[in-house]
Design a protein around this ligand. Sequence first.
Ligand code: PLP
Length: 416
Amino acid sequence: MNSTAAPIQARDTAPERQAIIDLSAISHNIAAFASIAAPAKLMAVVKADAYGHGAVPVARTAVAAGAQWLGTAHVSEALALREAGLEVPVLAWLHTPSTDFFAAVAQGIDLGCSGWELQHIAQAARAQERPARIHLKIDTGLGRNGSTMADWDALVAEAIAFQDEGLLRVVGVFSHLAVADEPHRPETDEQLQVFREAVAIAEDAGADLEVRHIANTPGTLSRPDAHFDMVRVGLGIYGLSPFADQTSAQLGLTPAMTLQTRVALCKDVPAGQGVSYGLGYVTADPSTLALIPLGYADGVPRVATGGPVRVNGRTYPVVGRIAMDQMVIDLGPGAHKDFDGAEIPGSALGATAVLFGDGAKGGPVVEQWAAAAGTLNYEVVTRISPRVPRTYVGGPAGTGFDLGELAPADATKCAS
Ligand SMILES: *Cc1c(COP(=O)(O)O)cnc(C)c1O
């Protein structure tokens, strides 16, 4: 009886799988960071499709809510923002010799420069007689991008020579923190000290800096002395915490992404039923299994068995292996009662299944999935795949993503 669906009333068009992006949460988080950072400016980091949230809607919302700058890793990501009509300053900082520096200069994209890029940028500026805007990057300890201190004087001198030629302006000096998510560690102090020295060298050499910047989300939250003229915030604007011991709510942030689907099949099984590839999970008693149509092709980590799924007001761990398209929860013998113990008539077929959201009312959060997968909240949201449609709610008027633009059915569904 459990596996028999109710009679079909009308075509049910509720989305099968969706990542609902609450742009009002983005606005809230942007306002929070703008006020934490002030008088420093706020760069909203929207690389990697805004950590999976959608670069253009997030960028428009962030700018409307008070972010003065946008940041991306790649020039291609920055160009996509320009193509969408965003005209605020955009900085891109990760390049290869294949990067289209010509297009970047043509579109007025600010470019991070660690060394070798300088010649390419100057050439692109010379070819179109348009000065480039560059931010020189110093490696203050992270050991990734950026010039070493040993090469810094030479890089600064070379950049200033190009500036004197009218080919570029050195508008920024920046760096990136390595351990800001662990505020007790001493290396952040050391990085800030090196940063101050690098800034002084650039200014002494003739750089008239608009922005000195080093802080990411954890640095912005835990180190006011790292704010300088601008902070570059990614994770926090999506409402997620960079700290292992502090939740979003404790930081006053609202997670913007809700990942949800609908139960695809609900059936009674006997004791001893194995579940999913490998049959690693076996029911101890007669039970009811619910099939959840999200899997690793949707970006749910395959190793995250045990991750939470909320159905009808209760949260169940995923049992058995997560497959490409689907996974299973065991509703147990009490499956047909809701959170308050009331009988739920019929099957859970079609019930909303939430993997993570804003955590309100005890709902599951992305950090639980990160823990189940042995990774960070950063990775879980960023890897939700393009197979999962994004639905936008709560956008500021005029961004093209305001709630009024959704079909009313979706709007109510998403608002609840
Ligand atoms: C990704 C990135 C950021 C944002 O980091 P969060 O921890 O997400 O705030 C800032 N700066 C650089 C250089 C980055 O690559």
